[in-house]
Design a protein around this ligand. Structure first.
Ligand code: FES
Length: 138
């Protein structure tokens, strides 16, 4: 008889195999190990936005001179939403606000190695939330 840990590993393996049929390795990596996750308490700017599905992303930015020195996100969204916000924060970190504002949904999707059509709006939500945050910088 299998132990609880072995049963959990079996289920986790099945979930990952199913996810790999739909999502690129980069999407799965950012979903499993989100980068820059968490709110930044004394951020210079932040914005929360909700997508057409009701999922919400919040993005927080702290500047050091002209560059984004710290960037964090929170979300109540699904795996692709987490992956989009995580990847976008990686793409934006270290850039100046004008450069970060120019990152498009298409560029984010390409960075992620593609997204199923029903989840391309997750990229739009992440990009729009970052742009909303950048627009609030003093
Ligand atoms: Fe709606 Fe990801 S933002 S499913």
């Amino acid at each position: 008889m299998k132990s609880d840990d072995e049963i959990f590993d079996d289920i986790e393996g099945m979930v990952l195999r199913d996810a790999a049929k739909l999502y690129s390795p980069t999407v799965i990596e950012h979903f499993n190990s989100p980068q820059n996750f968490g709110a930044i308490e004394d951020a210079h700017a932040n914005t929360f936005m909700s997508g057409i599905c009701g999922d919400t992303i919040g993005i927080f930015v702290t500047m050091a001179g002209e560059k984004i020195s710290e960037i964090g996100f929170v979300t109540n969204g699904c795996g692709p939403t987490i992956a989009c916000a995580s990847a976008l924060t990686c793409m934006a970190k270290g850039k100046n606000p004008d450069e970060a504002r120019k990152i498009s949904s298409q560029q984010l999707i390409e960075f992620l190695g593609g997204l199923p059509i029903e989840h391309t709006h997750c990229a739009d939500l992440a990009v729009n939330t970052l742009r909303g945050t950048l627009a609030k910088l003093p």
